[in-house]
Design a protein around this ligand. Structure first.
Ligand code: NAD
Ligand code: UD1
Length: 339
């Protein structure tokens, strides 16, 4: 069999990237990972190799640095890029917006220039459901208007627009703009998961910290939303399903005409109280929580219409809430989480 041409994965040591690299290697792809460990640790690389049972090339460097990218494209005959690298904390983005526009927007421009220079026109971009802002209705379809409410979300919107303009300006670009809903959970082995070093603002990582006794209780932000039990509803998606969605997107790129936004979600909404119940079942004991005021900027309810992903990518999420909580808990208890 001929050696497959390599796929570049920027941010491949991170939460979603590491799971995706394992799936790519499992599907027979050759992979070059580029990461600067801004939000991950070198120890994850060995675990990725172990899980995949195969090796990949690792380059430590800045995915937004033009010189680094030029050298990388020169040394490797890369045919497609999965671009995960970037800054992702919503709250932080309101404090240091220029850093977010610099990294996420200007940095991606450098990547697109480097790809163009190397004649590589296949890209899978990590966008976010946050580009929709507060939707007028659910489930959310890709043709709904975008109205991101913070610099992080606007940086994703800008990159989506840049990709669209680029694809319109010259033929041959195939770009999947993947709008993730709420990625949670971990690899079932407990070897990969979300970096616990970061201060958890999101529900699942915080809940895991409380379950592990590292925080006294969870605050449930708001109890009077217009949802069945009054708490916020989201579309939680297992990170392994999400990783497999990337492999499907990569395979579908030749069929994508230009830059195409695609939701990756389950299509099912889950409330904060439902999530707590599911986690209590996984952990086997009650998890302390109490109601607190609404978190500013929060939206009552959002979940995906996943029909387009099914149609274009032939992909749909298969792991349920119980599996998300069980795998998240396995990760939280694992040695790898403290490595
Ligand atoms: P993460 O922080 O775990 O992973 C990002 C990886 O990129 C890290 O390993 C980090 O070290 C690396 N990185 C950051 N800047 C870099 C740079 N300039 N050069 C090289 N490496 C760099 O984040 P994640 O949760 O895996 O998210 C991946 C992507 O998906 C991000 O673009 C994020 O905005 C997007 N996204 C994430 C979520 C989520 O809830 N996790 C939701 C929607 C979209
Ligand atoms: C947040 C980001 C969003 C990003 C997404 C990634 C904000 C305002 N939005 O969205 O841009 O794309 O993460 O996954 O930060 N909750 C609690 N207690 C907690 C934490 C959360 O009750 O300690 C509730 C929230 O109010 C919400 C739900 O849990 O109803 C989910 O919250 P979270 O995990 O932070 O995700 P999002 O709000 O969807």
């Amino acid at each position: 069999m001929p050696t497959p041409t390599p796929i570049l994965v920027t941010g491949g040591a991170g939460f979603i990237g590491s799971h995706t690299v394992v799936e790519l290697l499992g599907a027979g792809h050759a992979v070059v990972v580029l990461d600067n460990f801004a939000n991950s640790k070198p120890s994850v690389l060995e675990r990725m190799r172990r899980l995949a049972g195969r090796d990949f090339t690792f380059v430590e460097g800045d995915a937004h640095d033009a010189a680094c990218l030029a050298a990388l494209f020169q040394h490797h005959p890369i045919t497609a890029v999965l671009h995960f690298a970037g800054l992702k904390a919503v709250g932080e983005s309101t404090q240091v917006p220029l850093a977010y526009y610099q990294h996420n927007v200007a940095g991606t421009l450098n990547l697109l220039e480097a790809m163009r220079g190397a004649g590589c026109r296949n890209l899978v971009f990590s966008s976010s459901a946050t580009v929709y802002g507060d939707p007028a209705q659910v489930p959310i379809r890709e043709d709904f208007p975008r109205s991101a409410a913070n610099p992080y979300g606007r940086s994703k919107t800008m990159v989506e627009d840049i990709c669209r303009d680029l694809a319109l300006s010259e033929p041959g670009w195939h770009i999947a703009l993947l709008r993730y809903f709420n990625p949670v959970g971990a690899h079932p082995t407990g070897l990969l998961g979300e970096d616990p070093a970061s201060i958890p603002n999101n529900l699942m990582p915080y809940l895991l910290k409380v379950a592990a006794g590292q925080h006294p209780f969870l605050e449930v932000f708001g109890q009077d939303y217009a949802t069945p039990d009054g708490t916020g509803v989201r579309d939680y998606l297992h990170v392994v399903d999400l990783a497999q969605g990337h492999v499907a997107a990569l395979n579908a790129l030749p069929r994508l005409d230009g830059a195409v936004p695609i939701n990756l979600g389950t299509g099912r909404g889950c409330s904060v109280l439902e999530m707590i119940q599911a986690m209590e079942k996984a952990v086997g004991r009650p998890i302390p929580w109490r109601f607190a005021p609404r978190r500013p900027g929060d939206i009552a309810i959002y979940y995906a219409d996943p029909a387009l992903a099914r149609e274009i990518l032939g992909w749909e999420a298969s792991r349920d809430l119980e599996t998300m909580c069980r795998d998240g808990w396995t990760w939280a208890q694992s040695e790898a989480a403290g490595a």
